[in-house]
Design a protein around this ligand. Structure first.
Ligand SMILES: NC(=O)c1ccc[n+]([C@@H]2O[C@H](COP(=O)([O-])OP(=O)(O)OC[C@H]3O[C@@H](n4cnc5c(N)ncnc54)[C@H](OP(=O)(O)O)[C@@H]3O)[C@@H](O)[C@H]2O)c1
Length: 254
């Protein structure tokens, strides 16, 4: 576990690097309050600070592809993006089953933007977006199947995958068992109220409670890095603990 009193871009690039593998790595980058709220007043912006913005932009620079729910992209005003220097911006993937993306959201027409949808998406919306210059990819029948999307991206050489939101999309990826890592900023505040958590919607089944920890938890993860800054924010790298029911079975137990 690493601790620091301040973070720099080079620290983040080093300690939050993607694993050195040609296999796809699915990472999500989120911010939450101490009590787990993903928003204040309906947006995530007020939870963050300079350090969190640095994390967000550094994680984006490390990724081949950024995946975001279409409505979140519209709400947050996502553009196709650009990075400093010669580094090309990552591919941006917007996901939507309904394809209810406004006509004036011109980001969809950029050459590095894909719209991931499913074959049951309305034909008229499909035609409207294609006419507006969007590139649509089907990854499933009734919903965007996260595993199919990951496979499609990998076939395009896009293996470092960063999910930026929102909570429903993260829940879908976690429930599908394809989430490998979470970069979580903990904002030094309580929020209270009814705000959603960072993974909200699709659920996970209960596991066999005879299993030892962490295997009896719904989606076990292990923190491998924790950084902190002087403003009280924590920056955490969590890795999914993959199932190993045999080694996890509690043989001695209380
Ligand atoms: N704290 C954070 O780090 C953070 C990060 C991002 C956003 N947020 C906040 O979260 C709120 C939005 O939450 P949300 O849960 O509604 O956002 P979301 O996860 O982006 O879900 C809504 C959008 O994603 C698409 N989508 C979701 N699941 C999908 C699936 N399985 N397949 C295909 N498309 C899917 C939906 O399209 P269809 O309905 O057409 O399928 C819709 O466009 C906003 O307030 C935003 O500010 C917080």
């Amino acid at each position: 576990m690493q601790k620091a009193t301040n973070i720099t871009e080079s620290d983040l690039t080093r300690v939050f690097a993607f694993p050195d593998t040609s296999e796809p790595t699915v990472r999500a980058t989120f911010i939450a309050s101490i009590d787990g709220a993903a928003t204040i007043d309906g947006r995530s912006g007020m939870l963050g600070g300079d350090g969190d913005h640095l994390v967000f932009h550094t994680m984006r620079a490390l990724a081949d592809v950024v995946v975001v729910g279409a409505s979140t992209a519209v709400l947050e005003g996502y553009g196709p993006g650009s990075l400093d220097g010669d580094t090309p911006p990552p591919t941006l993937v917007l996901t939507s089953r309904s394809l209810s993306i406004p006509d004036d959201f011109t980001t969809v027409a950029a050459s590095n933007v894909l719209v991931a949808t499913c074959t049951s998406a309305p034909a008229d919306a499909r035609e409207r977006l294609t006419a507006a210059g969007a590139t649509l990819i089907d990854c499933g029948t009734d919903t965007v199947d996260p595993a199919a999307l990951v496979a499609e991206l990998a076939s395009r050489g896009l293996t470092r995958i960063d999910i930026e939101g929102g909570p429903r999309l993260l829940a879908a990826f976690a429930a599908a068992g394809v989430l490998d890592q979470l970069i979580l900023t903990v904002s030094p505040t309580l929020v209270l109220g009814e705000a959603p958590r960072i993974a909200h919607g699709a659920g996970l089944g209960l596991r066999d409670q005879e299993l030892s920890l962490p295997y009896r938890l719904p989606h076990p993860m292990r923190a491998t890095t924790i950084l902190g800054d002087d403003e009280g924010f924590l920056y955490q790298l969590w890795e999914t603990v993959r199932d190993d029911v045999t080694s996890g079975r509690d043989t001695g137990g209380r």
